[in-house]
Design a binder for this molecule. Structure first.
Ligand SMILES: C[S@@+](CC[C@H](N)C(=O)[O-])C[C@H]1O[C@@H](n2cnc3c(N)ncnc32)[C@H](O)[C@@H]1O
Ligand code: SF4
Ligand code: SF4
Length: 413
């Protein structure tokens, strides 16, 4: 109801995170939403993806430039979680009061056992969402998706552009086939779910073609398209952030995205985005932009070394992330906060490392690596004050936060 009036989820949830942020001394109510990174492996090689930059899509999370020769990285890192681990985790999260789970990756649909994990998530009553490259759509996947609330499929432009960006000769064609198949399943079973959305990462490589994603959505009966502006960071941002929070697994969140994607022509991009709006208006397709920038803000977004859409962040108070190895992180400040193989999630969420992490974020409002974070997309946050008294022992630690379990790093050759 409130959402129909244009009130965002972040606005509805203000008391849930803003009160603990100010008065909770680092504690938070159970997370609303958990992002499950099923795997860092992927069947595509998108040029803008941090997992490609770090090579984690190939190694599954053991970047080739890390580790001493002969190191058993699997022994250091552990194996990927398997279906029984996820089924247990989903039950634990339900009992803890979590409301939403989002499956992502890597490519979540190449994870062995993904359909059964999705079924458990829907049976547990979560709001379930998934983001996928749309290349894998077996009958079992289609069947499991009938219980999923929303499926976002990444589409970066018309066929030639999409396939070039995604390093695949057939990625686009497979989306056409697979989304068509999924729509048939929905019809056949009378299911309203999943709501399908396309998402397009806007960069210099597709800046003159993104409106064609709207045409493709219409062709396949998809009702909404999201445009997410490219996110990237410089080495300096990571180094600066490391003064406060050791980003022990930073290799998987390597956001040094190649320059040819970042060097945009803003006039061309603005024209194309206007065209997308025009087409969507005519075709009755819903558009969203992340973040919802005005045209005159695009210059700063792409060209200022440190750009922030809002001036503070509340995400660590209501959302979290579990990586393929069971490691728990708050967000893209990838400070290890615990592992679900060692402790149940509920014992990690308000344990000291997490409380210190929240204190750190509260104290600094944002860190350099927060620049262009996709979670900063509602400026209402600027008007939420930081008040309340944090006793000294609950303020951010003077030593850098982070895990001692860091992968060894080879000097650059
Ligand atoms: C990392 S992918 C994981 C899910 C799945 N493999 C996919 O591609 O949809 C999640 C989303 O992030 C987008 N993405 C990846 N790198 C990006 C970047 N540097 N800037 C903006 N979006 C990016 C992808 O296009 C995709 O929509
Ligand atoms: S499909 Fe997704 S995970 Fe795979 S390389 Fe592309 S953006 Fe990264
Ligand atoms: S803005 Fe920073 S603290 Fe907030 S979610 Fe993004 S990376 Fe994490």
């Amino acid at each position: 109801m409130l959402k129909k009036l244009g009130v965002s989820t972040k606005q509805i949830l203000v008391p849930y995170y803003w009160l603990p942020y100010n008065f909770g001394r680092g504690y938070a109510l159970p997370p609303i939403s958990v992002n499950m990174e099923f795997t860092f492996r992927c069947n595509l090689r998108c040029q803008m993806c941090s997992l490609v930059v770090s090579n984690a899509v190939v190694t599954g999370g053991y970047p080739l430039n890390r580790g001493e020769a002969g190191d058993d990285l699997e022994a250091i890192r552990g194996k990927e979680l398997e279906s029984p681990d996820y089924l247990k985790l989903l039950d634990d999260l339900r009992d803890f009061g979590v409301r939403r789970v989002n499956f992502t990756g890597g490519e979540p649909l190449i994870k062995k056992g993904a359909p059964d994990i999705l079924r458990r998530a829907t049976r547990n009553g979560f709001h379930v969402s998934m983001i996928s490259n749309g290349t894998v759509m077996t009958d079992d996947v289609c069947d499991a998706l009938m219980g999923v609330d929303s499926l976002t499929v990444s589409v970066d432009g018309p066929e030639a552009i999409h396939n070039e960006i995604r390093g695949s000769d057939t990625g686009f064609q497979r989306i056409r086939q697979n989304v068509g198949k999924l729509q048939e399943w929905k019809k056949k079973t009378g299911s309203e779910r999943p709501a399908i959305q396309f998402s397009c990462a806007v960069s210099a490589m597709n800046q003159t073609h993104v409106s064609q994603v709207v045409d493709f959505a219409r062709e396949l009966g998809v009702r909404s398209v999201n445009y997410g502006y490219l996110f990237f960071n410089d080495e300096d941002a990571t180094k600066d952030t490391e003064q406060y929070a050791l980003t022990g697994q930073a290799d998987f969140c390597d956001q040094r995205i190649p320059m040819h994607l970042r060097q945009v022509n803003l006039d061309l991009m603005k024209k194309e985005l206007r065209e997308a709006r025009r087409k969507a208006g005519e075709m009755g397709i819903q558009l969203s932009f992340n973040p919802p920038l005005e045209e005159d803000e695009l210059e700063d977004r792409f060209n200022s070394p440190l750009y922030f859409y809002t001036n503070k962040c509340f995400v660590p108070w209501y959302e979290t992330r579990v990586n393929p190895f069971g490691d728990v992180y708050s967000c893209q400040i990838d400070t290890l906060l615990g592992n679900i193989r060692e402790k149940p999630f509920r014992k990690i969420w308000n344990a000291q490392p997490y409380r210190e992490f929240r204190a750190l974020i509260r104290e600094h409002k944002l860190l350099s690596k927060c620049s262009r974070c996709c979670k900063l997309n509602d400026r209402m946050w600027n008007s939420l004050p930081r008040i309340g008294f944090f006793p000294k022992r609950f303020t951010a630690p003077s030593r850098p936060l982070g895990s001692s379990r860091r992968l060894p790093v080879l000097p650059a050759s």
